[in-house]
Design a protein around this ligand. Sequence first.
Ligand SMILES: Cc1ncc(COP(=O)(O)O)c(C=O)c1O
Ligand SMILES: Nc1ccccc1C(=O)C[C@H](N)C(=O)O
Length: 404
Amino acid sequence: MTRDEIDALDAADPLAPMRARFALPDGVIYLDGNSLGALPRDTGAAMADMVSRQWGDRLIRSWNEGWIDAPTRLGGKIAPLVGAATDEVIVGDSTSANLFKALVAALRIDPARRVVVSEAGNFPTDLHVAEGAVACVPGAMLKVVPRGEVLAALGPDTAVLMLTHVHYKTAERFDMPSVTATAQAAGAVMLWDLSHSAGAVAVELDAANADLAVGCTYKYLNGGPGAPAYLYVARRWQERLASPLSGWMGHAAPFAFADGYEPAPGMKRWLAGTPPMLAMAALETGLDLWASVDRAAVWAKSAALWRIMAAAGEAAGLECVTPADAAARGSHISFRHPDAHALTQALIERGVIGDFRDPDVLRLGLTPLYLSHRDVWQAGEILGEIVRSGMYREERFGERLAVT
Ligand SMILES: Cc1ncc(COP(=O)(O)O)c(C=O)c1O
Ligand SMILES: Nc1ccccc1C(=O)C[C@H](N)C(=O)O
């Protein structure tokens, strides 16, 4: 594509005004919003209000002025982004903690079903938490198989199939409706991790008849570092499942201060402790940005940005490990290269921030809310220059960072 064609795409982009809603540093093309989303301009003021007015002035009265309902209110704001009803999503804890709650609850449905099936190479926390969850349920075990074998691994002993919808490394996307149907036909419950999906691609949990889902909010939802995660429980499960982390905020009447636990109706039972209100304030600002956004335009732009970077990678002779079919991938693009770490560092030196995924993947996040077509095109030009010049082989790019 020529630069004029790229500029024409930006001129016609209905999402172009969203760029001004984010505070991005000058001289940086940020292609890591799939790891830590950018800072919305309104977040600072919202947090200042939270600190000085809500906490400082209103003090404990704030719990009755919007705080106590924040987990369900924010869940309701995430719901349309994942194709759920507002009363099927709650915000709280981390994705890891929500995975644990969902897995143990699913393992308790039927004592004859004791196996959690998942994909080798899934995001590590999913597998690590599953290891921990099966250790808490007598007789339970984890079966991790290659991606192409997950459906064949389902059997009469499978309690739950746990998969990440869009793969963190390759961006490969499972077909949610058909995988969910296959798991359920085998008698298993389907648990999706939507961390790389929500805000990046269309997700229709209810239409796919999903059972359980979790996801993080600090990537495409721009909630801030370590922002609270979310949990989805399909309505038909809500009165049948209970959280193994039976804390007082999930009690039917927390302020009755009873000794015995009685789960709250609906999604509130999945809360454990007190919601982190400072973090919730930042997250709510990120979520509110989505209210006015045409989601179909976001999914279409994700695909268009991807094609621009794919063309640049191809021109530079890079091996793309992300599927070309837009329906079979998420919003990021990954290239395999033996010097992927050095390439990532060289890009960062040139102002293009992407990331490296061990052992050999350069991963570039293409967030449609705040990236222009020109940004992605320019990043692609810089990537081509770096590859062709071989400058990434210079010694200074050899040092490994602790957090990549
Ligand atoms: C698929 C997936 N699951 C879970 C997580 C993270 O979980 P947590 O927020 O608990 O660290 C990530 C990324 O951080 C992820 O990519
Ligand atoms: N939470 C983090 C903290 C520090 C550095 C990265 C992360 C990520 O979120 C990584 C991301 N989940 C990934 O798909 O690689």
